[in-house]
Design a protein around this ligand. Structure first.
Ligand code: MIC
Ligand code: SF4
Length: 642
């Protein structure tokens, strides 16, 4: 039986388990990436593991999320990250060098390797044939310490592309179409592998746009083969020697196949407040627009910004629209500055931001009350922009620039002659903003400003878990709901006592206070609990507040792993119908929880002392995961073994 691309890489890196879908496997990790919002915790955890130097082939620490610096906190974190990288054999991408996923693609990704990143959009690298997975910071710290990454062996879904895209239609429309078909839970437990003749018409950065937003499908990762297109891109980055061909076997077997004819695709758009709420742009054309934001790790390649600049040339941004543009990397920024495209943007009235995540994570540029904001980003969860009442739509650069010019959602195909883009034979490569690790690691002093607080540790799981249901929430709760980001909260990422005050703040401003007063408790969720980002703060801060278990109908992959990593028991309702019989503030108890876990059992009984009802719960944990929860988390578990 032939192998898909993803299977080949897994087979090459398999260190534990068998490649049977659904069973736990361990894979060796070649390289890692972190960003500053998750990196501080990741490196505090790495330090706690007492491994002097990262054991990966390559680890890179980026500063791209928390760059607003409204107080000393972000800058404290940057200084800590720079020093910890120098000391422990890690490359450091300085603030201003760009968004981790874009820079990683340009300067570091190697086809056929594995990459683990403490950011859910790490699969961007799948555009170059890398098996790239997002995880919590602790899993990345463990990988730097030479530990395998564990995951359930995914099933492989082939998205077979045929034809080629029409004018003003681009890669973002492809992934929006996949989201329309599969939905935000449709990728759970799967790797989405792209194939078919149509992939030949997609450049490496187009492919990266598509794999980037595979995160929104809940997929383990997304991947393209490494072919001549990959080679051309790597050569143009001066990295031809990193190329290797990686194609699926002719008789490769897939668990599922979806076919998309690129020629028939129209411009697509995701309506508020979910990335899978996708319709054709023509269906919502005419909607008045207040803000347009272009950038993010999804859509800020040179190609994307050249299309935007070409469309803006000689035009003026509509008087009712604020257009903000953030180039994905210093490379892109410098190239558009030198070739004149930046001047066209500025002339048209665009507001240019630094090369960073910026508005995508609510770090500035929050739109006005009730605004309609069109963004080329990947997430439009309610409130993520920093304005609760904003209506955020997600679209490609073509649709975004059309809205900026016309002041309403409009089909970019009405803009006239399409802007053409020919990729440069050589990108401008200059790695001076990436600091290699120090040669004299011993003498590096770690900079621990007052914002770097010690890492909180959990204790072993108690035998009886009892307490109140502190909060009952519905389906598809995001990590942005659990642990909000934005310019006010993000500066506290390295300060768990302070950030824990904001857990569930938008849903229940009293959550932290109640949790403290009750000495902890439990949370009840619906389907796909914890979708979205990899931020382990969504587990670590509830742990700090004493949350011992989360009960839900189902969990999103990365968040479930983060809960386990911090010793919080993720429990599924055996009968989802029981959800209705549990209420907020009910007094509940799970007797013999630790004992049941120890005896390899997976079935628990929750006694609802308020209603008198007993409810069955299951924990689908591997043996290793059970031990981690019992130990109070992965850090305790690894330390006990080292
Ligand atoms: C995001 O897009 O939500 C983030 C911010 O990049 C997160 C990571 C974080 O919260 O630090 C992610 O996607 O993992
Ligand atoms: Fe940054 Fe936004 Fe990409 Fe997250 S999704 S890495 S916040 S640009």
């Amino acid at each position: 039986m032939g192998y898909p691309v993803a299977w080949k890489i897994i087979a090459d890196h398999l260190v534990e388990g068998k490649m049977i879908p659904g069973t736990e496997i361990g894979i060796g990790i070649d390289s890692t990436l972190t960003q500053d919002a998750t990196g501080t915790m990741a490196y505090l955890q790495f330090e706690a593991l007492d491994v002097p130097k990262a054991l990966t082939k390559r680890s890179v620490s980026y500063i791209d999320h928390n760059t607003l610096q409204t107080g000393f906190e972000n800058a404290d974190d940057h200084a800590y990250l720079q020093s910890v990288a120098a000391k422990h054999g890690i490359y450091f991408s300085r603030p201003g060098n760009g968004i981790c996923h874009q820079v990683q693609l340009e300067r570091f990704d190697v086809p056929g390797e594995t990459l683990l990143g403490s950011d859910s959009h790490t699969p961007t690298a799948g555009g170059l044939g890398v098996l790239a997975i997002g995880a919590g910071g602790l899993d990345v710290a463990a990988a730097m310490a030479g530990q395998p990454f564990y995951l359930p062996m995914p099933r492989i879904c082939l998205v077979k592309l045929t034809g080629s895209l029409g004018p003003w239609v681009s890669a973002k429309d492809v992934i929006l179409e996949v989201l329309r078909i599969l939905g935000v839970k449709g990728g759970v437990g799967k790797i989405i592998e792209y194939g078919g003749d149509g992939i030949r018409s997609l450049s490496a950065t187009d492919r990266a746009t598509i794999t980037n937003m595979g995160a929104e499908l809940g997929a383990t990762t997304s991947i393209f083969p490494s072919d001549e297109i990959t080679r051309t891109f790597l050569e143009s980055q001066g990295r031809g020697k990193d190329w290797r061909e990686l194609l699926p076997d002719a008789d490769a077997k897939y668990d599922e196949v979806i076919e998309i004819d690129l020629s028939s695709l129209e411009p697509m758009i995701a309506k508020p407040h979910s990335p899978d709420n996708v319709v054709k742009v023509s269906d919502v054309a005419g909607t008045k627009v207040d803000q347009v934001a272009i950038g993010s790790c999804t859509n800020s390649s040179l190609r994307d910004l050249m299309i935007v600049a070409g469309a803006l040339k000689g035009r003026t941004v509509h008087p009712d629209v604020s257009l903000v543009i953030s180039p994905g990397s210093k490379q892109v920024f410098e190239m558009i500055a030198r070739n004149g495209a930046l001047a066209e943007m500025v002339a048209s009235g665009a507001r240019i931001l630094e090369s960073a995540c910026g508005p995508c994570i609510g770090m500035g540029q929050s739109p006005r009350t009730n605004a309609v904001s069109i963004r080329t980003f990947n997430r439009n969860f309610e409130g993520r922009s920093g304005t609760k009442s904003a209506q955020v739509y997600l679209a490609g650069p073509e649709t975004a620039v059309a809205a900026a010019i016309t002041g309403e959602i409009s089909d970019p195909r009405n803009l006239g002659e399409p802007v053409s883009f020919v990729a440069p034979e050589k990108y401008l490569t200059d790695d001076r903003m990436v600091l290699p690790p120090s040669d004299d690691r011993q003498s590096v002093q770690i900079a621990r400003g007052p914002n770097i607080k010690p890492l909180p540790r959990n204790s072993a799981l108690p035998d009886t878990i009892s307490g109140k249901i502190l909060l009952k929430v519905g389906d598809n709760i995001t990590t942005d709901d659990i642990m909000p980001a934005g310019s006010k909260v993000l500066p506290l990422r390295s300060n768990i006592p302070a950030i824990s005050e904001y857990v569930f703040a938008a849903i229940d401003p009293d959550f932290a206070k109640n949790a403290r007063e009750c000495g902890g408790g439990l949370i009840l969720g619906g389907e796909n609990y914890g979708q979205g980002s990899s931020r382990e703060h969504a587990a670590l801060a509830p742990m700090y507040l004493g949350v011992k278990a989360v009960i839900a109908k189902s969990f999103a992959r990365i968040h479930r792993q983060n809960l386990i990593n911090f010793g919080i028991l993720p429990l599924k309702l055996s009968d989802p119908g029981d959800y209705d019989s549990i209420n907020r503030f009910d007094d509940v108890e799970i007797g013999r929880a630790a004992d049941t876990l120890q005896k390899t059992g997976s079935s628990f009984v929750l006694t609802n002392k308020t209603s008198g009802k007993s409810i069955h719960l299951t924990a689908d944990l591997s043996e290793r995961e059970r031990e981690m929860v019992l130990a109070g988390g992965r850090l305790n578990f690894i330390k006990a073994r080292l």
